[in-house]
Design a protein around this ligand. Structure first.
Ligand SMILES: Cc1cc2nc3c(=O)[nH]c(=O)nc-3n(C[C@H](O)[C@H](O)[C@H](O)COP(=O)(O)OP(=O)(O)OC[C@H]3O[C@@H](n4cnc5c(N)ncnc54)[C@H](O)[C@@H]3O)c2cc1C
Length: 404
């Protein structure tokens, strides 16, 4: 069996490695000519994402590229502690890691290449057809490729999603603009590896102290209408520095000082989410990762869920007798989990963009609710998730009898 993978971000190379472990050949087709997308910003790889990489023996390079991230301290505009969110597996066995997005891309890509997986760059998928006994992929350079199945790992603005369902919804703007940066030479009083996040008067700010003393920070700036494509990036780092220092001037915490002294300011752009995509699969085509269900960056889970998807899909294809059955099993298994996390992140975004009355209510209620929500069953389910590679998906999960 040969799989055509579209997209060489995070889900693509991980899917190729997981399929290889399941005995299925895969070739990755990436639109960009080379290099990692999204250079500059950073992310948190959850303990669940690391655990899923460990299932295919591919966790070490990603772990080595980051530093441990155990908790997030939430703080009000005035500096009042609102509660702590623990961001690691409850048994403490695996800690989440913070790493540059580009380094995570590099880690999974290089590990896939090391295993002999073909990654073809400059291959932008423009069309695909299910031919009955296979699938034909057509690329912008005029080339074609044939396989038994096609896996769309092509991210938020997925082409495969619309080939599966031309009526598929577009990503929804979350009402926030994301920016990030790195600062040296400004002391902060937070524990290395623990985030402090402040619900500021006019915007949301988070920072974390890296082991080498650099402070990594991000800002979420509310804006009601969606900025036009390129608008946020077009504003320029110096103008952003000016705007952000003003926005955070009255808030508790080191935001204004860190931004003023920042060596780098990167506008990550408007933040989007993708929820409720009705069709994840049609015939021999399926979508995984952000192409199927992108949580807004607030969740800290997009990359981890993409990795989990890739491993679960490979496992279903290993165990079930038909491709359609395996896709159905994968969807039945994944949809409830990922949609819960996407919805949670959307609710958190509302708190970040609260108006004056909402802010008062939020700061009153959060110290009461946060400890229960942050350390309760939902967080355990998110960060403690484990994929049992040896177990087979059952018929009840949607695919008919397991192959013996
Ligand atoms: C600012 C920001 C902060 C974030 N923070 C976090 C965080 O803290 N934790 C977390 O887990 N996640 C975070 N995320 C989300 C995370 O980056 C994504 O969820 C993750 O990258 C999804 O992986 P993916 O492989 O599905 O898609 P992507 O990583 O987007 O990869 C898709 C790939 O497909 C390629 N492609 C697109 N179209 C085509 C085509 N037609 N043909 C061929 N190739 C194509 C693209 O070039 C790209 O390489 C953040 C995202 C942003 C923007």
């Amino acid at each position: 069996m040969k799989a055509l993978i579209i997209g060489g971000g995070i889900a693509g190379p991980v899917a190729a490695m997981a399929l290889r472990q399941a005995g299925i050949d895969a070739v990755v087709h990436e639109a960009h000519a080379g290099g990692a997308d999204g250079v500059g910003v950073f992310l948190t790889l959850g303990s669940n994402g690391i655990d899923a990489l460990r299932v295919i023996g591919a966790d070490a390079p990603a772990v080595a590229a980051g530093f441990p991230t155990k908790a997030i301290d939430m703080v009000s505009t005035t500096g009042k502690a609102l509660g702590q969110v623990r961001t690691s597996r409850p048994d403490g066995d695996i800690a989440s890691r913070t790493l540059k997005r580009a380094d995570l891309y590099g880690a999974v890509r290089d590990e896939a290449l090391r295993r002999g997986i073909r990654i073809e760059h400059g291959k932008r998928l423009v069309d695909a057809q299910d031919t009955g006994d296979g699938v034909r992929a057509v690329f912008a350079d005029g080339s074609e490729e044939y396989g038994d199945l096609l896996i769309g790992c092509d991210g938020l603005h997925s082409t495969v999603r619309t080939l599966i369902d031309p009526e598929a919804p577009a990503p929804a703007y979350s009402g926030l603009i994301g920016l990030g940066g790195y600062t040296r030479g400004v002391p902060v009083d937070t524990e290395p590896g623990s985030y402090q996040m402040v619900f500021g008067r006019r915007a949301f700010f988070g920072h974390v102290l890296a082991p080498d003393g650099e402070v990594w920070w991000f800002a979420n700036v509310p804006r009601r209408d969606e900025p036009a494509r390129g608008e946020v990036e077009g504003i320029g780092p110096e103008e952003w520095r000016h705007r952000l220092t003003e926005l955070f001037a009255e808030d508790a915490g080191p935001a204004a000082e860190l931004i003023r002294a920042s060596q780098e300011i990167t506008p990550a752009g408007p933040m989007h989410a993708m929820l409720g995509v009705p069709a994840w699969r049609r015939g021999r085509m399926v979508v995984i990762g952000d192409a199927a269900h992108a949580p807004s960056p607030t969740s800290g889970q997009g990359a981890s869920l993409s990795i989990e998807d890739a491993v679960e899909l490979a496992k279903a294809l290993r165990d079930l007798p038909t491709i359609e059955g395996a896709f159905a099993a994968y969807e039945a298994l994944r949809r409830p989990r990922v949609e819960r996390i996407v919805k949670q992140a959307a609710r958190a975004n509302n708190n970040k963009a609260a108006g004056p009355a909402g802010r008062i209510l939020r700061d009153l209620l959060m110290p009461l609710l946060l400890p229960r929500l942050a350390n309760g069953e939902q967080m355990r389910q998110t960060y403690g998730h484990h994929i049992d590679w040896a177990a087979s998906p059952t018929a009840a999960e949607g695919g008919g009898p397991a192959r013996t």
